[in-house]
Write a protein that binds this ligand. Structure first.
Ligand code: PLP
Length: 368
């Protein structure tokens, strides 16, 4: 059997007719940028997250970058960020000329709330949190630290659409909930797209200006903005998927439950969910020593897996100027050496799930 990490045409097929109708509606409308589909999606997505406003943008990276910019964070400023994240989170800081201050993860792969305070300095201007793999970070504790130090929180929700902590959605905790709708994400578009959810009217207004060349009124440019607008076609398609997101998330959870109860091989550490947090399983990530041999074994059996992520941002070539070295963030580095994401996607068939489980249970390789 051959199974990829994600087979996107399966999730298109789940609601194909609705997508085709929405696409035709957008195409035939004659209005392609900043129109009624985007306004409707922004309203629907804000309601989903539990916020007053949503601003649609080109990508998740833009959602993060423009949020940092809208808070006037730039050169000389520091932003706390998880060491264990996708590099886009960090790029949003450095793109604005600010300095990322990395903090190690907890056993749930998310920012360790206990270690934030030690990283705060007089230059700290914000705390960025990532709800990695689809599980909410420890938000009550992070929000408490942020409040104590008067720091805004920016949430990277690129992997956590619909995940919550103590019943409150990820994206509803900080000043900005930054979402990506990259095709593989839990709420994926059919191209690039992103958004920021917020309750702050002035912040939302600033983002709306920044995404449109820095102007509210055409040709009156008050800010040095960019072009970052979620187009009508993607908005129309996202509205369809959003209307089914709860069902899509339930399906991911069923796959995760099958993995959690079916995988019985002591070589692997399975994902755990923190008390009071919910998990939407953007990725199902297991850990093992000698990971590369295990990944090769799965590949021989037709199962494609991916490492999220093999090189932590502090060791990325582009961040050599920051002066970090191997050993600076040992927990993050250990995760990078041991994690592996199993196939997890909407439309995954029962026999595929069983095949993955049985193949893993049959692994007898060395794991020390
Ligand atoms: C995907 C992702 C991003 C970037 O989103 P894009 O829409 O691809 O720009 C940022 N942060 C995390 C954690 C992501 O997984």
């Amino acid at each position: 059997m051959k199974i990829d990490l994600a087979i996107l045409e399966r999730q298109f097929a789940l609601y194909q007719t609705e997508y085709e109708e929405a696409a035709l509606r957008a195409l035939r409308s004659g209005w392609y940028i900043l129109g009624p589909e985007l306004s409707a999606f922004e309203e629907e997505f804000a309601r989903f997250v539990g916020r007053k406003y949503c601003v649609g943008l080109n990508s998740g990276l833009d959602a993060l970058t423009l949020s940092v910019r809208a808070l006037d964070i730039g050169a000389g400023d520091e932003v706390i960020v998880p060491a264990n994240t996708y590099i886009a989170t960090v790029l949003a800081i450095t793109e604005n000329g600010a300095t990322p201050i990395f903090v190690e993860p907890d056993e749930y792969y998310n920012l360790d709330a206990e270690k934030i305070e030690a990283a705060i300095t007089p230059r700290t201007k914000a705390i960025m949190v990532v709800h990695l793999y689809g599980q909410s970070a420890n938000m009550t504790q992070i929000a408490a630290v942020a409040k104590k130090h008067g720091l805004p929180v920016i949430e990277d929700c690129a992997q956590s659409h619909g995940a919550a902590f103590e019943g409150k959605m990820t994206g509803a905790w900080g000043i900005a909930g930054c979402f990506s709708f990259y095709p593989t994400k839990n709420l994926g578009a059919f191209g690039d797209a992103g958004a920021v959810a917020t309750d702050d009217e002035a912040f939302a207004k600033k983002l709306r200006m920044l995404r449109n060349y820095g102007s509210e009124v055409k040709y009156h440019n008050e800010l040095c903005g960019v072009n970052s607008r979620l187009d009508e076609l993607q908005a129309a398609l996202l509205r369809v998927k959003l209307s089914h997101l709860n069902a899509l998330t339930e399906e991911r959870r069923r796959i995760a439950e099958a993995y959690l109860s079916g995988i019985k091989n002591s070589r692997f550490l399975l994902p755990r969910t923190r008390e009071n947090a919910t998990h939407v399983y953007h990725q199902f990530v297991i850990r093992t020593k000698n990971r590369d041999a295990f990944q090769a074994y799965l590949k021989e059996h037709g199962i494609e897996t991916v490492i999220h992520y093999p090189i932590p941002p502090h060791l990325a070539k582009c961040y050599e100027p920051l002066g970090h070295k191997r050993g600076d963030f040992p927990i993050t580095e250990q995760y990078a050496d041991e994690v592996l994401s199993l196939p997890m996607f909407n439309g995954m068939r029962a026999e595929e799930i069983t095949y993955v489980i049985e193949t893993i249970n049959g692994y007898e390789g060395r794991c020390v």
